[in-house]
Design a protein around this ligand. Structure first.
Ligand SMILES: [Fe+2]
Length: 227
């Protein structure tokens, strides 16, 4: 059928083509994000798995805190790739077993800015890049890089801060075993209001109680192997 005989035909073709291009773009973006996550795995074997679990935790907490569904992709990517900037930190510092000097600490503390500078280059992920930039801010303003305080810190960054600390505490590291769940929760409560947003801590605790096994399974890890 020609377009002259049926002008609607050309429009339908065009719309199909646009849809196809949109799907291709989405696929490409997903692949790039997966590749970046893989990169984290190569840099430090436990980091990639840790990030995958964070994406799971983040979406669950964000839903509970009524963050609009249309932001859930940004939340997921920010949680998954918030530490991508660590690839800019020399291995000698990142993997140093002993205590860090203040210069080395200052270099590590640049990683949220590096994460921001990478993620902001993805078109459509500007929001996620800001969430990653502020994931080490503290509720009392003593965090970095900007020293933001309380509600000035983006809510998603406050969520990432809590779940990042919890997941890191309960995970085994080569130099120390993971903490039991109870102890990790006690530490979150201890720093609630200073390091952590108290509302996020309160929302997260029942999720951690209920969903831990599911989150570890979704990230392809077993609690027995990691905890
Ligand atoms: Fe970090």
């Amino acid at each position: 059928m020609s377009a002259i005989a049926n002008p609607g035909f050309e429009l339908t073709e065009l719309l199909l083509h646009v849809k196809e291009l949109e799907e291709q773009q989405l696929d490409l973006r997903k692949s790039v994000i997966c590749a970046f996550n893989q990169l984290l795995d190569l840099k430090d074997i436990s980091t990639g798995v840790h990030s995958t679990r964070l994406a799971e935790w983040a979406v669950r907490v964000a839903r509970e805190m009524n963050i609009p569904e249309n932001l859930s992709y940004q939340v997921e990517v920010a949680a998954l790739l918030h530490d991508i900037g660590k690839i800019g930190v020399p291995d000698a510092i990142l993997r140093k077993p002993g205590p860090l000097t203040s210069e080395e600490r200052a270099i590590i503390n640049r990683h949220p800015e590096y994460s921001w500078s990478i993620l902001r280059l993805f078109s459509g992920l500007e929001q996620a890049s800001l969430y990653a930039l502020h994931h080490h801010e503290s509720a009392n303003g003593t965090g970095y890089p900007a020293g933001l305080k309380g509600p000035d810190i983006p809510l998603v960054s406050r969520i990432i801060s809590v779940i990042d600390s919890y997941d890191a505490m309960v995970s085994n590291r080569c130099y120390r075993p993971g903490l039991p769940h109870r102890e990790a929760i006690a530490r979150l409560l201890q720093s609630s209001g200073t390091q952590f947003d108290p509302d996020v801590v309160q929302v997260f605790i029942p999720i951690a109680e209920k969903d831990t096994a599911e989150v570890f399974a979704a990230a392809g890890t077993s609690m027995a192997a990691v905890l």
